[in-house]
Design a protein around this ligand. Sequence first.
Ligand SMILES: [Zn+2]
Length: 90
Amino acid sequence: MKVVNIVEKAVLDSLDEVMAHKPQICKCDKCLADIVAYALNKLQPRYVVSEKGSTIAKAAYLEKNIQVALLVAVAEAIEQVNANPRHDKE
Ligand SMILES: [Zn+2]
C-alpha cells in the first residue's frame, strides 16, 4: 500500500502529450524536471491510497476544474522554463 499524488501522475501524463505538440521546446532531463516541478508547485496535491495492483488512474479521475488548472500550470511551466532554461548553466 502506498500513497500517491495523482496530480503528479496527471502532470507527467499530460506533459508527454503537450510536449509531443511542441517540438521546439527542449526535452532534456533538466528542463523536463524543471517543468514538472514548476507545475506541481502551482497545483494542490491530491493524495490517494494505492493498493497493490490497482490502477490509480481509473480509480481517481481528476475533477474537470483540476484538469483545467493542471493544463494551465503545465503550459505556464513550459513557457517559464523555455524562457529561462537552466540546462546550459553548469
Ligand atoms: Zn534543456
